[in-house]
Write a protein that binds this ligand. Structure first.
Ligand SMILES: [Zn+2]
Length: 301
């Protein structure tokens, strides 16, 4: 889905670079928690590590903004990628690390800071001939199916190294933008009503026929044509990280297929309510849409 009112904000379009910030470290009864704040802005994430002198012997979750994010084992302890919704206010917030064992549960409070980031509003005009698509039966059912799949959490990390954008062209200002749709509303919250009408993905305008590539390794969760989102492809990268592609002209992979990074997955188009040929790429962490480019600059551990 694409903007029409053109707003160019160069600092928003530059790839997020990890800022030079110190990790928050909390220690409690032999357990050390580190929250890396370098990508911590609305639409970004915290990388959280937990290490301990003895095995924790329990189930670890990071709790942030009312959401529980499972922690997964790494070579040195446990890690969680904790999403920060684009709509969350900047400033001081409290994260909790919850440890559940047979003897009960306890929580280590970790004060964290979310850096400010502005998302100016934009408006999108749905092309006149496409406005009837919004009213088609089944649109809400499709949205709910996609929403459910976006919350998939599989326990093995399929990607290695930074994600690569799905096309070579630069994106336009789109992720995080509070969006007014002319010719049909609501649009964004049809699939995900929690956060309202802001744009979940990053739009890459391209020429018709442009090849779209997998940004990282993953398994195809969904590959189908939907009235609103057109050629719709969901890729499960593991650990609750899901890529979504909308408006593809053609999808060249099938559900259940495992892909390595850079595999051609389809051809860009303007299917569904798109107003021009572009690739809509969204990345969801635990069901929360983040700026997909944070996965391009995620620190390696
Ligand atoms: Zn879009």
């Amino acid at each position: 889905m694409r903007r029409l009112g053109f707003i160019l904000i160069p600092f928003l379009l530059s790839t997020p670079r990890p800022a030079d910030a110190q990790a928050v470290v909390r220690q409690s009864a032999g357990i050390t928690v580190q929250a890396d704040p370098r990508l911590a802005f609305p639409g970004g994430l915290f990388v959280v590590h937990v290490t301990s002198r003895r095995p924790v012997g329990g189930y670890l979750t990071a709790v942030f903004d009312g959401r529980r994010v499972p922690m997964f084992p790494t070579r040195r302890g446990s890690r969680a990628l904790v999403p920060i919704p684009a709509t969350l206010s900047a400033g001081e917030h409290m994260m909790g690390i919850e440890i559940r064992t047979r003897r009960g549960r306890r929580r280590i409070p970790v004060p964290v800071t979310v850096q400010p980031r502005a998302y100016p509003a934009r408006s999108v005009v749905i092309p006149e001939p496409k406005r009837a698509l919004v009213l088609q039966p089944g649109v809400e059912r499709d949205g709910r199916q996609v929403q459910l799949l976006l919350r998939t959490v599989t326990p093995s990390q399929q990607w290695t190294g930074p994600f690569k954008p799905p096309v070579d062209s630069p994106p336009e200002y789109s992720y995080g933008a509070p969006t007014t749709y002319v010719g049909g509303s609501p649009i964004e919250s049809m699939s995900d009503a929690i956060y309202g009408e802001y744009h979940r993905g990053m739009d890459y305008p391209v020429a018709p026929g442009t090849l779209v590539q997998a940004p990282a390794a993953g398994t195809v969760l969904l590959a189908r044509q939907n009235p609103l989102t057109g050629g719709t492809l969901l890729l499960d990268h593991g650990l609750g990280v899901i890529s979504a592609f909308f408006h593809l002209e053609r999808i060249e992979v099938v559900e259940g297929q495992s892909l390595v990074g850079r595999t051609p997955i389809g051809i860009a188009g303007e299917t569904g309510i798109a107003s021009g040929t572009h690739v809509h790429w969204a990345v969801y962490l635990q069901g929360v849409a983040v700026d997909p480019r944070v996965m391009e600059s995620l620190p390696e551990y």
